[in-house]
Design a protein around this ligand. Sequence first.
Ligand code: NDP
Length: 280
Amino acid sequence: MHNAAFAALGLDWRYLAFEVAPDNLRTAILGAGAMNFCGLNLTVPHKLLALELVDVLDASASLWGAVNTIRFEGRDEEGEWRPLSDFDAAGRERPVAWRTQGFNTDADAISRSLQEDLGLSLRGARVFLLGAGGAARAIALKLATEQLAGLFLLNRTRSKADALAREIKLRVPALPVGVGYPPEPVDLLINATSLGLDPADPLPLEVGRFPLSRARACYDVVYRPATTPLLAAARAAGCQTANGLGMLLHQGAKALEIWTGKTAPLAVMRQALEQNIYGR
Ligand code: NDP
């Protein structure tokens, strides 16, 4: 989606994937900066490690406690820090110093996708969230700020859901947070576990304990396959459904805006994603 966007914006940029061992993350970031990269995205398991490795944290990264986007910045002769992409690539204007700034674009992406793809207003909603890993944590912390009526957390390893519930209670004491199956219907069920990546995966919850008809809408962060077993079952139970493609799109679009300073061509990026992921 990034390369399609660069082409649409007329930028001679490339987005490439590199596998980096956690022990090499610091060296990899320094190396990318030395090679005049404009920015980086980071994924599992680097998002938490990078908090300590960047020179400056944007408010989004300190608020959500994870970095998924880095921008390389240069200081000009007037002492102002600007994205490295602002400096003339031919080297006529060179930064006098450079630094890394860490951002988080994941958290806002989930709210935006829920609104766009499910038309859901989160204010006053009851949400049942499955999982307590990296994605679930970002989603839970973000949704906790959206004036929900209640949040229920369920995870295979109960202690991780308990820890996440404690963290949310510290941040948003007014929000009722429960761990386990909700005793009442919910407006939104979100799967943020990795179950569903394989079509043979079991459902991420026991429908005997929580029939899917008790959720008005169901969102699965998994986007490949497009219809996970959970989404198929939720649709059959009459829920409105959406997968995590919109979340992927919006975290990427925001990162692109941070690096380039230009408005992301969302339709181009969505089409590139759909073509690459679903072949359509
Ligand atoms: P983590 O490894 O941090 O967390 C995995 C979660 O899934 C944990 O809650 C884990 O439970 C649970 N889980 C894994 N296997 C099982 C199982 N067999 N039975 C029950 N629960 C299980 O991964 P992430 O949080 O980073 O990613 C989770 C999913 O979200 C992935 O599928 C990923 O592709 C997707 N994702 C989608 C994004 C998007 O943009 N749409 C963005 C980021 C992630 P436990 O704690 O017990 O191990």
